[in-house]
Write a protein that binds this ligand. Structure first.
Ligand SMILES: *Cc1c(COP(=O)(O)O)cnc(C)c1O
Length: 447
């Protein structure tokens, strides 16, 4: 039997599927500079994706930052097959099961026991909603209902549901829905080290941003429930990186003003920045932490909010109204939890953090020649994230580059004028070289 080709799937997808984060018309505008190709994927293997016409693409952005150990990973597949034969799902209200218990225990252990309870949902935006609601409700339960405001950083991204948009500062995702979004969040200066003024180090920029946080807390701390940050790298802002000094100072300021620190590790957790959690590089712990994306190895929708015992304890009472009544139908799904356990097993058995240190150095070396490119600015890297900005006036740069990369067998999807690599951790030396070649070629083709 003939396999359907790419073109059959393209037409059917455009007729029936509304794709995320996409102006659908751009898929139809073949030949225009705005054209965004739609690529039907037949299967994945390791770091590679294969279409129906036999073309392949190296997944340079881990399928939106989710995939850690490759597509169709044999170890995760085996764990999921086993789980599928045992228990596919059971509601988590009133019931529990082995994968959710073991995952909660292991995540708590990974925080040194600082975050002792795990609350489950399915996607990152829900984890943000849960963390905000938990913080707010905590303060109400301890008799401080006036602590209802939130702080976030310029360029922050914490998801796109209406509640999460309140602490997201990316205009393109937020502005259209402004009337729906709660005005309770205040946006503070980002410690992004690209904002350095003459003579300033990244740590200086961090201290300057922390001074703004301090001033805000001194004036308004009484009414603030939590500060939410993406530790070390603000992903959707265009891989804005900053010095751990900001997290150290923010932790101390939050303590002084009785404000929760929420670390959104949805993108930067699970080894992406070099440590298992990014906040570890500042030697701090948050009060609440959001995980998603890589935690299930990129297999299944899973998000988790870990909280301190102090927060957990404030909800214990005879009264149901003081309980955290949030829920989603698939909360704690056993298959998703089992994928996460298999992911954690790989971290342990393969000493992934050590292997990534070697890989990230190789990625850095492969991209280093770009520093001399006349249009490249701020070549930067933190662990398994490497990025640079491109000086161009072309409004279609990102799509032009994306198309040029696909032609070079690479999935690299710039954010605006920022080109970045965030490959699966199983990427080989040859594959790193392939990505670097694709970037050099796409840059010349697109600029
Ligand atoms: C992707 C992301 C989210 C949202 O997760 P979804 O699963 O897409 O809802 C939230 N915060 C950060 C830092 C992210 O990168």
């Amino acid at each position: 039997m003939d396999q359907p080709s790419n073109s059959a799937w393209l037409a059917r997808s455009q007729a029936a599927v509304w794709h995320p984060c996409t102006q659908m018309q751009h898929h139809a505008q073949n030949g225009s500079p705005a054209h965004l190709p739609l690529v039907p994927i037949a299967r994945g293997q390791g770091a590679w994706l294969y279409d129906f016409d036999g073309k392949r693409y190296l997944d340079g952005i881990s399928s939106w930052w989710t995939n850690l150990f490759g597509h169709a990973n044999p170890r995760i597949n085996t764990a999921l097959r086993d789980q599928l034969e045992t228990l596919e799902h059971v509601m988590l209200a009133g019931f529990t099961h082995q994968p959710v218990v073991e995952l909660s225990e292991r995540l708590s252990a990974l925080t040194g026991g600082a975050l002792g309870h795990a609350f489950y949902a399915s996607d990152g935006a829900s984890a943000t909603e849960i963390a905000l609601k938990m913080s707010f409700h905590y303060w109400r339960n301890v008799g401080r209902p006036e602590k209802a405001g939130f702080l976030c950083l310029a360029g922050s991204y914490h998801g796109e549901t209406v509640g999460a948009l309140a602490v997201t500062d990316v205009a393109i995702f937020k502005d259209a829905y402004a009337p729906l979004v709660r005005a309770a969040a205040h946006v503070l200066p980002s410690p992004d080290f690209r904002l350095a003024e003459a003579g300033e180090s990244p740590a200086d920029v961090a201290r300057r941003a922390a001074a703004a946080l301090e001033a805000h807390l001194e004036a308004h701390g009484e009414r603030i429930a939590a500060l939410i940050v993406e530790p070390l790298v603000q992903g959707a802002a265009g891989m804005a990186m900053y010095d751990p000094e900001y997290l150290r100072l923010a932790r101390a300021l939050c303590d002084r003003h009785e404000v929760h620190l929420i670390c959104d590790e949805i993108a930067v957790g699970c080894g992406r920045t070099g440590s298992f959690f990014a906040h570890e590089q500042a030697a701090i712990r948050p009060d609440l932490m959001c995980l998603s994306k890589g935690i299930s190895g990129g297999y299944l929708p899973l998000s988790i909010v870990l909280c301190s015992d102090t927060i957990y304890a404030a909800f214990l009472d005879d009264s149901v109204a003081r309980a955290f009544l949030h829920s989603h139908s698939y909360t704690g799904n056993p298959l998703a939890c089992r994928a996460a356990l298999a992911t954690l097993d790989i971290f342990q058995s393969d000493d992934v953090l050590a292997a990534n240190r070697v890989k990230s150095a190789k990625i850095g070396a492969a991209l280093a020649p770009l520093a001399d490119h006349p249009q490249v600015r701020h070549l930067r890297q933190r662990g398994m994230i490497a990025a640079f900005d491109v000086a161009t006036e072309d409004p279609h740069f990102s799509r032009r580059f994306y198309r040029a990369a696909l032609e070079r067998e690479a999935l690299i999807r710039p954010i605006g004028n920022t080109v970045y690599l965030m490959p699966p951790y199983i990427v080989s030396d040859d594959e790193i070289a392939h990505l670097a070649t694709a970037i050099h070629g796409a840059l010349d083709a697109a600029s």
